[in-house]
Design a protein around this ligand. Sequence first.
Ligand code: FMN
Ligand code: ATP
Length: 281
Amino acid sequence: MEKEKKKIVVTAGTFDLLHPGHYETLKFAKSLGDELIVIIARDETVKKIKGRKPVIPEEQRRRMVEALKPVDKAILGSLKDKLEPILKIKPDVIVLGPDQTTFDVEELKNELAKHNIFPEIVKVKEYTKCPFHSSFDIVKEIVRRFGGCKMIYSTLSINTNKRFEIIDITEKINKIIKESNVKNGLLNIFVPHTTAGLLINENEPNLIKDIENMLKELIKDEDYNHDKIDNNARAHLMSCLLKSDLTIPIIDGKILGTWQSILFVECDGPRSREVIVSIRF
Ligand SMILES: Cc1cc2nc3c(=O)[nH]c(=O)nc-3n(C[C@H](O)[C@H](O)[C@H](O)COP(=O)(O)O)c2cc1C
Ligand SMILES: Nc1ncnc2c1ncn2[C@@H]1O[C@H](COP(=O)(O)OP(=O)(O)OP(=O)(O)O)[C@@H](O)[C@H]1O
């Protein structure tokens, strides 16, 4: 008597962080035949399709899927052509997940028909009866609970010597970044004062003089309303043209372009000033 041919079912997917939705799909897929083969999406494919690499590398994902009870075999997919493994397996049934748009059902049928393969194609329903029924939801929960951005900060003390003065603080900032050991992050420099501020520009002595002249030209030495209370309105107005904070990316431990320096601008010195430097990473 001729041995009855096994009914082979194929399904595929990323299966990054396993959840009951995966299991339900696999259990259902197995119920449709005798042998279930799962094609595991390659890391590179997932990066292209979902815009992010899976958390778990492909071989580790393959091993875990193969260890699941409904699964007979899990294989890594092709890097070149997604049809390649199906053409080799020649399945009787292909199970597509609820959110799988890699193949249009009709197109897949037509394409396989060209190779004399006529599988039944079944689409599964989404399983939602558990708190986490999507791998990305698990990722978001982990980030929410443990990932949060870390921040370190320090305070720079600056003693200014003149009424108006521009002080290059780049070296002091670079020292803080070096000591923080942060290679990639976001630097924020904040001046908690209303008569001083920050600028990024080239520290060239003639240009520094030009910046001073520009501010003094724009905000002339005149009588202002605020002078009735405190004789420093000009400094307040000058600081309106400056920045109270700077946000600069730290990439590979470096900040700033070739000609850029971080300049602290005193408009109402001499005084003791503070600059708050925080780094998020
Ligand atoms: C029938 C079928 C065959 C597939 N074959 C491959 C393959 O050979 N190589 C691969 O990297 N991914 C393959 N995939 C996985 C898809 O690329 C995957 O569906 C895509 O990364 C989206 O992820 P998700 O299905 O887990 O949502 C296949 C998917 C299906 C539905
Ligand atoms: N909740 C679910 N119910 C049924 N099937 C699911 C569910 N979640 C995923 N699947 C199916 O499992 C297979 C693998 O899916 P995949 O690895 O993309 O999981 P995912 O949770 O949808 O991932 P992500 O959240 O990153 O999109 C696909 O066939 C997919 O449709």
